[in-house]
Write a protein of this length. Structure first.
Ligand code: DGI
Ligand code: FE
Ligand code: FE
Ligand code: FE
Length: 189
């Protein structure tokens, strides 16, 4: 699919706020790619598509995953919004015709992360958290600054704050999120 066609389709599939967020992540991922010497085009395409499955109703997310044999773990059954990452990677490949495995992988792990992520995985995970439309998280000024200096330190900060937020809310934590933090906590300053 051509880039303009992807944008047009996403504008239809996403609600207004999510489409604005998507553009924010796309441009922020492009900037992080510049700072860390990665392909700007690939980072922007991954950013554009990262939440492509976000606005599918939760029961439909589960149904689609079951039908496509995408494994769903107990935490994902409890919090089906988590599935938008795996399902997003699937749709990026099958509907939006992206074949680049680095891009598909970055979409797949953008919510929980995973231990020892690739450069593009980290760019998308971080861009998602720091894009200009985000304003709720504490500590954002420091996290935004460090994002352009050290991606591993930045991952450690975001994961620390996300886990603190999730446990304060009593949300169930996915095993991968925990493993990701255990991997990156060594970089925390
Ligand atoms: O889709 P976005 O909102 O742009 O961002 P995202 O895909 O990174 O999702 C962020 C939300 O996911 C945030 O509220 C924290 C939550 N999250 C991350 N890891 C886990 C989690 N929620 C649960 N229940 N369990 C997790 O392990
Ligand atoms: Fe997301
Ligand atoms: Fe995220
Ligand atoms: Fe997002």
């Amino acid at each position: 699919m051509e880039l303009n066609e992807i944008r047009k389709k996403l504008k239809k599939e996403l609600d207004k706020g999510r489409y604005e967020h998507t553009k924010g992540v796309m441009y922020t991922a492009g900037c992080l790619a510049m700072a860390h010497e990665y392909s700007m085009e690939k980072a922007m395409l991954a950013g554009l598509l990262h939440d492509c499955a976000k606005c599918i109703p939760n029961d439909q997310k589960i149904e689609m995953c079951e039908k496509k044999h995408i494994l769903i773990n107990p935490v994902e059954y409890k919090s089906p919004y988590l599935l938008h990452a795996k399902l997003g990677a699937f749709l990026a490949e099958t509907v939006y015709e992206v074949s680049d495995p680095q891009i598909l992988h970055a979409i797949k792990v953008h919510t929980t992360g995973e231990p020892d992520m690739s450069l593009l995985d980290k760019i998308i995970y971080i861009a998602d958290y720091i894009e200009p439309g985000r304003d709720k998280a504490e500590n954002l000024p420091y996290i935004r600054k460090i994002a352009f200096e050290d991606l591993d330190v930045c991952m450690a900060e975001i994961l620390h704050d996300t886990l603190a937020y999730l446990s304060s809310r009593g949300g169930s934590i996915d095993a991968t999120t925990k493993m990701t933090y255990d991997f990156y906590r060594q970089y925390r300053k």
